[in-house]
Design a protein around this ligand. Sequence first.
Ligand SMILES: [Fe+2]
Ligand SMILES: [Fe+2]
Length: 301
Amino acid sequence: MDRQHQLPGHVNVDQFNQMLMAPESFAAKPESLTEQLFIDRSLTENRFWLRIMKEHALFLGEGFNRNDKHLIQQTDRFFHYFEQQEKKAYQIVHNVELVRKLNEESIELTLGFRNFKRNLLILIINCKISGFNFPLLVDHIAREAEYFMRTLKKFNKGILDPIQDAIINENVFWLRIMMEHSRFISALLDQSERNLVNTARKFGDDFETLLNQARDVESMLYKKQPTYPIIGKMNKDSENAAEEILAFKKTGLELIKSCQITNVINPLLGDHVVREAEHFLYMIHVLEERLQTKKQNEQQL
Ligand SMILES: [Fe+2]
Ligand SMILES: [Fe+2]
C-alpha cells in the first residue's frame, strides 16, 4: 500500500519522516574534559566526598547498638581508610595519570563502603539489628556514595554529560538530598522547638515540589534536543532554594554549637549538611557557567 496516501494533505512527507526519528538522536553529544579540568574537578570531588564518607562512617558507628561491636569495628576501619585517602587527595602531585589512579582507588574504596551501607540497610529493615540509624538515612548516604563513584567514573572516561543532562541529573540528585536533610533535621530537633521543626518541615515540602518538577523535566527532556530556557530556569530555582536552606542550616548550626536549642544533633552532622548544601551550590554555579558559555557559543554560530 502506498503510505503517502495515508497522510493528511497539509503534512509534507519529509516532515512526517523526521517526526518518526528517535528524539534521542537530536540530543547534544557528551563533551570531553580538558586535562586541567580533569585534574581540578577530580581533586575537588575527592577532597569533598572523602571527608563526607569518613564522617558517614563516624555517624553510622555512633548509631549502632553498643553490642554490635563487629559493625562498630568495621565503621572504624572505614573511617581510617577514608582519612588516609583524603590525605592523599591533598598531597597528590597534579599529574593526569596520578589523579586517574587516585580516582580509581577512591572508586574502589567507596564501592566497598557503598556495599556495606546497602547490606546494613537490609539488616535494619529486616529487624536483624537495632540502634538509631534510620533506614532512609542509610539509603541517603548509600546514594551519596553511588553519586561520588558515578562522578569519578565519568571523569576517568574523560567525558562530561551534555549540559542539559548534567543539569537534570545534578538537580534530581541534589534536590532529593536537600529534601531529606530538611526532614532529618526536623526529626532530630527536640519537638519542643516548634518553630524550627515547622520551618524544617516546610523546607522539606518546598524541596519535594522542586524535586517533582525536576523529575517532570527529566521525563520530558533527558537526552533530548537542548531546550535551555527550561533547564536554565530549573537551575535558577534550585539556586534560590539552596541558598535559603544553607542559611537555615548555618543559623541552626550556630544555635546548636552555642547550646541555645534543644536537640540531639551532633554539631559535626550539622556542619556536614552545611557543607553538602554548599557543594550543591558550587555544582549549580559550575553548571550555570557551562550553560552560559554554551549559549554564547551558539549565538556566535
Ligand atoms: Fe552525607
Ligand atoms: Fe546528605
